[in-house]
Design a protein around this ligand. Structure first.
Ligand SMILES: Nc1ncnc2c1ncn2[C@@H]1O[C@H](COP(=O)(O)OP(=O)(O)OP(=O)(O)O)[C@@H](O)[C@H]1O
Length: 264
């Protein structure tokens, strides 16, 4: 599959707009090497979800080139796990947790039955997320935090090398959020994880890169990302606050409690 396996994602002069003459993303250039993970941040309407859709091959750039594992996003899709935004899912859909996770094994042109290997991968993913006991429960009965874990399990069932999470901490309580951070620390050791987050507190020292999206894209080493850089991206003052992770910037918030977490 991969002609250049050390580069997981590479975008060269990528332009995309939903309407002619109105770019949602313009002149995007960056690459992510194997072993590195990043957080995608930026204001509302900045183009974060659009960037995710381009990486998944759901949208095609009007100009420029995207390579994922050295091939096209569509060809790379079997190696990409994706968790969409919470509100894009119909929680009332009458399926069990196990069925939801099995959907992660669906392949293009797949109409038959799942193989034993598919069921095994789904079981492993549920175990990894610490929720094997939920397998036969109805998805609609679960709490927000449980649903979030099920949806990450679904993304993991495809045994991805690249995991894309679109606002995974939206709509979950602080306890579930902390569990999520711990899970993410484990996953990042074996795959590239790109996470869209509105919460600049999400950017912690475990994350390698901060990918700032506001029509244009700039990529920063997380360790060097500062409040000034964030202000430039958001075009207004934002506070860089941690939860109980250390603050990534060299400011007085380092290892202190948050006063305000809103980065919008
Ligand atoms: N399907 C669509 N049709 C037309 N315009 C769209 C569509 N989806 C997004 N846009 C526009 O493209 C721009 C980027 O939107 P996008 O959803 O990628 O931003 P975002 O950073 O993910 O925003 P948010 O943080 O609010 O989720 C916005 O101006 C948005 O209005």
């Amino acid at each position: 599959m991969a002609s250049s396996p050390q580069i997981i994602v590479e975008l060269s002069d990528v332009w995309f707009g939903y309407e002619p003459g109105v770019p949602a993303l313009e002149g995007v250039n960056f690459k992510i090497e194997r072993g590195r993970s990043g957080c995608i941040v930026g204001p509302n309407g900045g183009g974060k979800s659009t960037l995710m859709r381009l990486l998944l091959g759901l949208l095609t750039p009007q100009r420029g080139k995207i390579r994922v594992f050295g091939t096209t996003p569509v060809a790379a899709r079997p190696h990409i796990g994706y968790m969409p935004q919470y509100h894009q899912l119909d929680a009332a859909f009458p399926v069990t947790v196990f069925e939801v996770v099995l959907m992660g094994r669906m392949r293009k042109g797949f109409w038959g039955r799942y193989a034993a290997a598919d069921r095994e991968a789904a079981r492993r993913a549920l175990e990894e997320m610490g929720i094997p006991e939920l397998a036969s429960r109805s998805f609609s009965e679960l709490s927000g935090g449980q649903r979030q874990r099920v949806l990450i399990a679904r993304a993991l069932a495809s045994e991805p090398e690249l995991l894309l999470l679109d606002e995974p901490t939206a709509n979950i309580d602080p306890g579930a959020e902390e569990q999520f951070y711990a899970t993410l620390d484990v996953l990042r050791k074996r795959m590239t994880v790109l996470t869209v987050s509105h919460d600049l507190g999400f950017v912690n020292r475990e994350i390698d890169l901060v990918i700032c999206v506001n029509r244009r894209v700039t990529v920063h080493e997380a360790a060097a990302f500062s409040a000034e850089t964030a202000n430039e991206v958001y075009h207004h003052q934002v506070n860089l606050i941690k939860h109980d992770h250390a603050c990534f910037c060299n400011c007085e918030h380092r290892r202190t409690e948050p006063e305000r977490e809103d980065a919008k």
